[in-house]
Design a binder for this molecule. Structure first.
Ligand code: ZN
Ligand code: ZN
Length: 253
């Protein structure tokens, strides 16, 4: 038992933490109180085996959804840790728009029970890139930071330089699925083709909404010779309100 073990209760008294979601005082080192942590909605089967969409009825096993049956996405599978709803959406918003890195340890805590098994075979981990202009404005790429918390100890496999955003697209908010895809067309390029040839790639993003972003990125990686692309996001927005009518679609991907 170290010094900090004895010190922490006094620090909590002197500097109580405010929960990032409900704004109530809380103790402990995380950005959320225990009650808000309990509100995290993990995604469970039945899911679409391909895109990871939730089947609202909650019955039966995993199977292909109608969208993936109609048109197969360029990635092998997409999975998300949790539903894009408070408190996860609140934390991602703080990270992305307020550059609040203190939420990272809480996101790591939330992601801990997630089954990373399907991603164990990936050779490379590639975060969805921001345009250089956007990166300079924001000062961080949330997808790169999430890659580091999803894959600790695999720093060498995390390769943000492989995929670049060649066009500064207009923000996706308020655009429908078709418009999002049009907005993103040819917005991504692979810089080092020889490095991904025959490799299994894990593509990391913060939120999956319509999937337009990851479809564009996965397409670019596959065209450059990747063996397969698996997509991992911290959260997934529910497009139609099939799971919970209180979940509003406010994500931007
Ligand atoms: Zn709270
Ligand atoms: Zn699907």
């Amino acid at each position: 038992m170290g010094f900090s073990y004895w010190l922490q209760p006094f620090l909590d008294l002197l500097f109580p933490t405010v929960c990032a979601s409900c704004r109530k005082l809380s103790s402990g080192s995380l950005s959320l109180c225990n009650s808000c942590l309990d509100d995290v909605r993990y995604l469970h089967s039945p899911l679409c085996v391909r895109c990871g969409a939730l089947f609202g009825d909650g019955n039966g096993g995993d199977h292909l959804c109608g969208n993936c049956l109609r048109k197969s996405p360029p990635y092998l599978l997409a999975r998300a840790v949790a539903l894009y709803a408070p408190p996860v959406s609140t934390l991602l918003h703080l990270l992305k728009y307020r550059t609040d890195r203190t939420v990272l340890s809480t996101l790591r805590h939330i992601a801990a029970p997630f089954d990373f098994g399907p991603f164990a075979s990936c050779d490379l981990i590639v975060p969805v890139p921001l345009h250089l202009k956007r990166l300079r404005e924001r000062g961080l790429n949330q997808s790169l930071l999430l890659s580091r918390i999803f894959f600790p100890g695999q720093a060498k496999a995390i390769r943000p330089e492989i995929l670049v955003r060649t066009r500064d697209t207009v923000p996706q908010t308020g655009l429908g699925g078709k418009e999002r895809r049009k907005n993103l067309r040819a917005a991504f390029a692979v810089t080092r083709q020889e490095n991904i040839n025959g490799k299994g790639v894990c593509l990391v993003d913060d939120v999956l909404t319509t999937g337009a972003t990851v479809i564009e990125c996965a397409g670019a990686l596959m065209r450059a010779g990747a063996k397969e692309v698996k997509v991992l996001t911290m959260a997934r927005a529910v497009e139609r309100m099939v799971v919970d009518p209180t979940v509003k679609q406010t994500a931007q991907d």
